[in-house]
Design a protein around this ligand. Structure first.
Ligand code: ADP
Ligand code: MG
Length: 70
């Protein structure tokens, strides 16, 4: 049976840098099922570390929802 252990719903992380807003993560949604083997790939600065920090609860999203199962 399908068991989702990590779910992201339209998650964003924006940083204010003076007048500018850095959209480090700009609306990602994903369902990761138990037993899935997942890799996040992309160029430097695309938001991989920011996304992982959100999944690991080291940081809070600007908006969106994160669900963590067992
Ligand atoms: N604490 C922060 N304050 C401001 N900007 C940040 C911060 N952390 C990351 N960024 C910016 O967010 C973007 C994504 O960074 P990051 O998640 O580290 O990318 P990656 O891990 O894919 O290289 C980059 O433009 C980076 O400069
Ligand atoms: Mg990184």
């Amino acid at each position: 049976m399908k068991e989702i252990v990590i779910k992201l719903e339209n998650v964003t992380k924006h940083y204010s840098m003076g007048d500018a807003i850095v959209k480090a993560v700009d609306g990602i949604s994903i369902d990761i099922e138990k037993g899935d083997f997942v890799a996040i790939i992309g160029p430097s600065g695309c938001g991989k570390s920011t996304a992982m920090n959100l999944v690991g609860s080291l940081d809070l999203p600007t908006s969106g929802k994160i669900f963590l199962g067992k």
